[in-house]
Design a protein around this ligand. Sequence first.
Ligand SMILES: [Zn+2]
Length: 77
Amino acid sequence: MKNFNHLFEKHELIINCKQRNTELCHWRPTGNIKATAGDNVCVSLVCARCDARTNVFLEHKQYKNHEKILLKEIENV
Ligand SMILES: [Zn+2]
């Protein structure tokens, strides 16, 4: 299973998973990606294990670096 945590490195993603308390949530993109004000991109994520959901905001440049891998993953969902 691919783990996207490293793409984001945001502290809000560092939460313990409800499924496995000793591990962090295992975030994957949901397919919901929106441009927002201020040149940011909002990417919706879901934990593959416990179904927790969150959004992260990436700078447009940062998003572009990851766009291919994100879109590829979304196609496979
Ligand atoms: Zn989780």
